[in-house]
Ligand binder design. Structure first.
Ligand code: ADP
Length: 266
C-alpha cells in the first residue's frame, strides 16, 4: 500500500494528513510551528508514521503547503494554500453539498475563496494586515483575559445582552482595548462575545468580495471555537458547513494532491 502526505506548515501550527490509495485518511497530526518550521514538521511527520505503524519509505509522494511550505526539503511538490484549501474543502465538505465558498481563518491571516461548480478557484480575498481577526488576534485576547483559546466558546455562550463593540482591527491594539474594557469592569464573557462578533463582521465583509454562494464552508483552527462559529452564523443569518476536523482541511487537500501528483509519475 502506498501513502500520500499533505503537510501544511502554517504560521501557528503544522498540520499533517496521510491518505491511502483510496483517499481515506489514515493519520493526522497537529503540532506547533514554533520557530523551526522545517525541524518541527519533519519531527511531526516521523511521529505520525510511527503512531500509525508505517515507515517514511511507505510515503510515495509529499505535497507541502502553507506559509512555510518551501522549507520542507523532502516535499515532491509545493502548492499554494488556496489551492490545497479548496481541494480539501470539497472533499471534507462533501456531506454538506457542493462547496462554492470557503472561509478560512488561520493563525495570521484570514481568507475567503470562491469556487466554481467543478471546484476550481475562481477568486479569493485575503486579509493579513496586522493579524486582524485571525487566530493570533484570538490568542492575544485569550492571554490577556487569562483564559485558554479552547475556552473562548464557553465564555461566549455565557455573555449577556448586547455584545461589546471591539473597534481595534489590529491584534496589538486589541490588547490595550481589552485592558480598557476590563478596567471598566466589563465581564470576560462580554468581552469575548464582543471579539467574536467583531471578527464575524470583518470576515463576512471579506467573504462578500468573493460572493456568499450556496454552502459556506468554514475551516482553520478558529473554526474549533463554537462561540466564533455562532457569531458568524448570527451575522450571516444561516448555518455554516464545518467539517469534523476543521484545522486539517488544507493538509487534507495537499494529501489528495499528493496522490494525484504520484499518479502522473506512474
Ligand atoms: P495557521 O495555518 O496559520 O498556522 P491554524 O489554522 O492552524 O493557523 O489556526 C491556528 C489558530 O487556531 C490558533 O491561533 C488558535 O487561535 C486557533 N485554535 C487552535 N486550536 C483551537 C481550539 N481548540 N479552540 C479554539 N481555537 C483554536
Amino acid at each position: 500500500m502506498h501513502y500520500f502526505a499533505g503537510i501544511d506548515i502554517g504560521s501557528t501550527a503544522i498540520k499533517i494528513v496521510l491518505v491511502d490509495e483510496n483517499e481515506s485518511i489514515v493519520g493526522q497530526r497537529v503540532s506547533g510551528s514554533g520557530s523551526m518550521f522545517y525541524k518541527y514538521a519533519k519531527e511531526s511527520l516521523e511521529q505520525l508514521t510511527k503512531d500509525i505503524g508505517i515507515s517514511l519509505d511507505d510515503i510515495a509522494y509529499i505535497v507541502s503547503t502553507g506559509y512555510g511550505r518551501k522549507l520542507f526539503k523532502e516535499a515532491d511538490e509545493t502548492i499554494s494554500e488556496i489551492t490545497a484549501n479548496a481541494v480539501g474543502a470539497r472533499k471534507a465538505g462533501e456531506k454538506f453539498g457542493t462547496i462554492r465558498t470557503v472561509i478560512n481563518i488561520g493563525g495570521q491571516d484570514s481568507k475567503a475563496i470562491g469556487l466554481d461548480e467543478e471546484g476550481n478557484v475562481v477568486n479569493f480575498a485575503m486579509n493579513d494586515r496586522c493579524a486582524a481577526g485571525t487566530g493570533k488576534f484570538l490568542d492575544v485576547a485569550a492571554a490577556k483575559l487569562e483564559i485558554d483559546v479552547d475556552e473562548l466558546g464557553d465564555y461566549h455562550f455565557r455573555a449577556g445582552g448586547t455584545p461589546l463593540p471591539i473597534n481595534s482591527t489590529c491584534a496589538v491594539f486589541a490588547e490595550s482595548e481589552i485592558i480598557g474594557l476590563l478596567g471598566n469592569e466589563h465581564s470576560k464573557e462580554d468581552i469575548v462575545a464582543g471579539i467574536h462578533f467583531s471578527i464575524a463582521k470583518r470576515i463576512i465583509r471579506l467573504t462578500k468580495k468573493v460572493g456568499l454562494n450556496d454552502v459556506i464552508y468554514f475551516d482553520g483552527g478558529p473554526a474549533l471555537n463554537a462561540g466564533l462559529v455562532a457569531a458568524i452564523e448570527d451575522e450571516l443569518g444561516r448555518e455554516l458547513a464545518i467539517p469534523d476536523y476543521p484545522q486539517i482541511t488544507t493538509a487534507l487537500g495537499a494529501a489528495l494532491l499528493a496522490k494525484e501528483g504520484y499518479s502522473f509519475l506512474t
